[in-house]
Design a protein around this ligand. Structure first.
Ligand code: ZN
Length: 187
């Protein structure tokens, strides 16, 4: 899996969700082959953004040497989640920084597309909290951002917003080889 920046991704899926999200990828992280990876199969996944719910084509590329495939995941998405990065970060901001009540959030969100249920909200918040230690580590080591101990969840969300969620999403994945909303590492 590679998190890849596709400019105007959201605008493009609003216009045509089955558009070709492909760009040339140079080099294979698996075997260190230095040339271009080849286009391989594609698959569809559901993407829920503020404006619409769309069926989006995800391109895979394959290394001609080791045959490992990599899905090109747009950096506006969090791997394995249907809600876009923007909507998940918006939810975290409402809950953790602005400290809105669940019922108020659901009311507010009913005017836009995502329609998070209470189950979604609880799931996202718990998943985020289970990654706090990893995110704190990432901010300290790779961004030289030191947070006061005890680290407050709201400070973490604020830092993600300051770093621009898309860049944070991509760089976190590059450095730690996992998503900031991944299942927690078993200790
Ligand atoms: Zn390879």
């Amino acid at each position: 899996m590679l998190l890849t920046n596709f400019p105007n991704f959201i605008q493009r899926i609003i216009k045509n969700s089955e558009e070709d999200f492909y760009q040339v990828i140079n080099g294979c992280a698996n075997c260190n082959y230095a040339g271009n990876l080849h286009r391989h199969a594609s698959y569809y996944r559901t993407v829920i953004c503020k404006e619409i719910t769309a069926r989006v084509k995800i391109q895979r590329v394959i290394c001609p040497v080791c045959r490992k495939t990599h899905a090109l995941i747009p950096s506006d998405l969090i791997p394995y989640f249907q809600h876009t990065l923007e909507t998940v970060v918006m939810l975290l901001e409402m809950l953790i920084v602005k400290k809105k009540y669940y019922t108020r959030i659901i009311e507010d969100l009913n005017i836009i597309n995502p329609c998070f249920s209470l189950g979604h909200i609880t799931f996202y918040i718990n998943r985020f909290k289970s990654n706090i230690d990893n995110i704190t580590y990432y901010l300290r080591v790779y961004c030289e951002i030191f947070l006061e101990i005890p680290v407050r969840d709201s400070d973490i969300v604020t830092q993600i917003l300051n770093l621009k969620p898309k860049y944070f999403n991509v760089n976190y994945f590059l450095k730690l080889n996992r998503s900031f909303m991944d299942t927690p590492i078993k200790k």
